[in-house]
Design a protein around this ligand. Structure first.
Ligand code: NAD
Ligand code: UDP
Ligand code: UDP
Length: 336
């Protein structure tokens, strides 16, 4: 009696096109605001397999609920200040609280996340030969003495202030990226992100756009922090994600500013939110926090030239999209 051994049947997935040229991508901080939108975009490409590592400090599983259980998606509860062993081709390194009230809550932890966390992700990139993109920030320019800010500007940052855990943390993270690049030949990308807004922002994170929209929907007055003439430039999240992916896929290390050059004073922003959402509410001037940058606007010449990128969505187009999301989450339906 001869037992004929059948050849192993290859799994249908292994046979699929996806396994022939797939890319495995790690997104740290992928449960957060920008990270979850980035994951949505990466998952649209059937050749991408996405792993999110997040400790859920400011992010939530809810932001990723449509992907949980998907065969090309994995979610790991992990704090990046601890080493992480995974095999990936690309790393989008976003993990870090971004709102002042959260990054000031435990400043030592913010520094650890930026320094030890970035070092771990670089160690990982080095071990597996992955390309790594850091989401740095316009805060590396501090309270800028040059306006608008170009990538060549070295910044005006207080090293010992209450914002320093974030600003200086990100500056060290950028230094680490360049030292691993020069010393170990790592493929790096650095994006300097300017203020970004859109659906899924934490409702009570204290940032200006989320505060104003939540206040308007709750019928509270809009709190403009003194003097109200300080400026910011706001980028809609889908434009941001598009810029980050172009930077990762392109040939330039950066740093490259990614942001919307449309500049507004906080008083102007309050007036726009009032007009769009609830013209009857009032605007009040309240006390500001220390070291608040007086002006901020990206020079995006480099992003245009090197990435062929520029934002498409204006503030007046983006705010209603965010309003819709906040209405759902706050349970405030739009009046007919
Ligand atoms: P977010 O707070 O929504 O997301 C950050 C994510 O990182 C969260 O999911 C959080 O839980 C996670 N995280 C924090 N510390 C971690 C740790 N130690 N280990 C693992 N996960 C950790 O913030 P966001 O607005 O989505 O910002 C994402 C990135 O973009 C951050 O690096 C931020 O510095 C940068 N950035 C954002 C803005 C902006 O306007 N939103 C501006 C400049 C730079
Ligand atoms: N690391 C990690 N995952 C890896 C490889 C390294 O988290 O797959 C961490 C490692 O624990 C170390 C850091 O990355 O703390 C920096 O690694 P590197 O190899 O540059 O430095 P070394 O281990 O030599 O100190
Ligand atoms: N701000 C404000 N009212 C608020 C929250 C913030 O006027 O309720 C101002 C704040 O003083 C700063 C600007 O809005 O000048 C942007 O603050 P945010 O915390 O959103 O971002 P960042 O300072 O990190 O750019």
């Amino acid at each position: 009696h001869v037992v004929v051994k059948k050849p192993p049947t290859p799994s249908p997935l292994r046979n699929s096109k996806f396994f022939q040229s797939n890319l495995r991508i790690l997104v740290t901080g992928g449960a957060g605001f920008i990270g979850s939108h980035l994951v949505d975009k990466l998952m649209e490409n059937e050749k991408n397999e996405v792993i999110v590592a997040d400790n859920f400090f400011t992010g939530s599983k809810d932001n990723l609920k449509k992907w949980i259980g998907h065969p090309r998606f994995e979610l790991i509860r992990h704090d990046i200040t601890e080493p992480l062993l995974v095999e990936v081709d690309q790393i989008y390194h976003l993990a870090c609280p971004a709102s002042p009230i959260f990054y000031k809550h435990n400043p030592v932890k913010t520094i650890k996340t930026n320094v030890m966390g970035t070092m771990n992700m670089l160690g990982l990139a080095k071990r597996v030969g992955a390309r790594i993109l850091l989401t740095s920030t316009s805060e590396v320019y501090g309270d800028p003495l040059e306006h608008p800010q170009k990538e060549e500007y070295w910044g005006n940052v207080n090293p010992i202030g209450v914002r320093s855990c974030y600003d200086e943390g990100k500056r060290v993270a950028e230094t680490l990226m360049f030292d691993y690049h020069r010393q170990h030949g790592l493929e790096i990308r650095i994006a300097r992100i300017f203020n970004t807004y859109g659906p899924r922002m934490n409702i009570d994170d204290g940032r200006v756009v989320s505060n104003f929209i939540a206040q308007a929907l709750r019928g509270e007055s809009l709190t403009v922090q003194a003097p109200g003439t300080q400026t910011r430039s706001f980028c809609y999240v889908s434009d941001m994600v598009d810029g980050l992916i172009r930077l990762m896929e392109g040939d330039n290390t950066g740093p490259i500013n990614i942001g919307n050059p449309g500049e507004f004073t906080m008083m102007e922003l309050a007036e726009i939110v009032k007009e769009l959402i609830k013209p009857s509410i009032s605007i009040e001037i309240v006390e500001n926090t220390p070291d608040d940058p007086r002006q901020r606007k990206p020079d995006i010449t480099k992003a245009k030239q090197l990435l062929g990128w520029e934002p498409k969505i204006t503030l007046r187009q983006g705010l209603p999209l965010m309003e819709e999301d906040f209405r759902l989450r706050l349970g405030v339906p739009k009046k007919a």
